[in-house]
Design a protein around this ligand. Structure first.
Ligand SMILES: NC(=O)c1ccc[n+]([C@@H]2O[C@H](COP(=O)([O-])OP(=O)(O)OC[C@H]3O[C@@H](n4cnc5c(N)ncnc54)[C@H](O)[C@@H]3O)[C@@H](O)[C@H]2O)c1
Ligand SMILES: [Zn+2]
Length: 363
């Protein structure tokens, strides 16, 4: 059976397909070959994915005649660095890659962001394909073309916009994902419904435990739904000038919590606390009713994500928020829900309300 695209992202008139299908790895070669025909291709991955799944991907690529050049980095955010980029440049330039030679990203968001950056800059831009392997990368990082690496001065400070030519998502790969990483991805799924889809939220809040039980049919539908939301937002605003900022719901608080915790909290855990803090702030601003805030909190709890007990110094978190790269003209911008399924951007929130919102997630 041919792989069926579930969404087409049309950014700047270069549309690309996103395919979500259990087992799609086995057919990756034929699908990629159609989109980016070439004799050689690169695969950039980390040691964990190389051990678990690289042989299967290589087999599928070799079956359609690709000569595969691999570059493998150690796993984890600590390796989202220029050194890892260099590992890719060295491996691919040693094999005389040309402008038309595709590079495949095979891993979570860390691998995806680095591979995208390599593809954006190698020979001033080569095609790249995303095969995300974490839930977060499937529903968020692999769609939209944001690529980059970290710098000692902060996360994602170096990067480029470079859209993939295709995204292949195999929900079966989630079976080996550590549960904490799975829950982290669910935070972004909850976020998508709060910013865009009240009807789906009403289903999600009663069914999200099926994701935790690794129900693959459920996860397939969930991923397809989330990819479609992300695709629509990115199409409307590829360079984050307007509505793409809605995807930052929960992230103004979340990023600051992540920084101050020195990454002891997972990204999705920080976003979970951030979404609750932002929703409570919206309630204090009389933008949203308390019942909706309770539903948001309960859904986050049902996903096994934290809803309180944040044990970080509030002044430090407030300081980190002021240094966020999305602060504009000294004003902190918040994405706040005025109902489930809809958000607005506010940059006029009094600091005492911000502090109270943070305090509310310490209890
Ligand atoms: N570009 C974007 O739009 C965007 C959006 C959101 C996040 N991000 C970035 O994504 C990164 C986080 O991505 P992440 O949460 O996927 O983390 P990650 O890439 O570090 O993956 C988490 C861990 O899980 C392992 N892993 C991955 N897939 C696995 C699988 N199927 N089975 C077993 N283990 C597996 C990885 O080796 C790693 O150790 C951050 O750097 C963030 O900045 C980018
Ligand atoms: Zn996020």
């Amino acid at each position: 059976m041919p792989a069926v695209p579930i969404a087409v992202v049309n950014v700047l008139n270069t549309p690309y397909e996103i395919i979500v299908e259990p087992g799609v790895i086995a057919r990756a070669g034929e699908t990629i070959r159609k989109v980016v025909p070439s004799r050689v291709c690169g695969v950039f991955t980390d040691e964990t994915i190389a051990r678990l799944y690289l042989p299967a991907l290589q087999k599928s690529l070799a079956a359609v005649g690709y000569e595969v050049v691999t570059a493998i980095i150690p796993a984890g955010e600590a390796h989202k660095t220029l050194e890892s980029v260099k590992i890719g440049y060295d491996a691919f330039l040693a094999k005389n890659f040309e402008r038309s030679t595709p590079i495949i990203s095979f891993g979570g968001g860390v691998v995806g962001d680095i591979t995208g950056f390599i593809a954006a800059t190698l020979l001033r831009g080569v095609p790249f394909v995303q095969i995300p392997t974490t839930l977060l990368a499937m529903v968020d990082a692999s769609v939209g073309g944001k690529t980059g690496i970290d710098h000692p001065a902060g996360k994602n400070l170096i990067g480029a916009f470079h859209q993939p030519r295709a995204v292949l998502i195999d929900p079966e790969l989630l079976k080996s994902l550590p549960p904490r990483e799975l829950r982290s991805g669910l935070a972004e799924c909850i976020k998508h419904d709060i910013i865009r889809d009240a009807d789906h939220f009403a289903t999600l809040e009663h069914s999200i435990d099926r994701a935790l039980k690794l129900d693959i049919a459920y996860l397939t539908d969930l991923i397809a739904h989330n990819v479609a939301i992300k695709a629509r937002v990115v199409e409307a605003d590829p360079f984050e000038k307007t509505e793409r900022a809605h995807l930052n719901f929960g992230h103004t608080f979340g990023h600051a919590i992540e920084t101050v915790s020195q990454y002891a909290y997972a990204h999705g855990e920080c976003v979970a606390l951030g979404m609750i803090a932002a929703s409570r702030m919206a309630s204090r601003l009389k933008m949203i009713d308390d019942k909706s805030v309770d539903r948001i909190t309960c859904c986050i709890a049902a996903a096994g994500l934290p809803t309180g007990r944040m044990s970080l110094p509030i002044p430090d978190v407030l300081d980190a928020m002021k240094f966020d790269k999305k602060v504009k003209d000294g004003k902190i911008r918040f994405v706040l829900p005025d109902r489930i399924g809809h958000v607005v951007v506010r940059d006029d929130v009094p600091m005492d309300l911000v502090r109270d919102a943070l305090l509310s997630v310490t209890g």
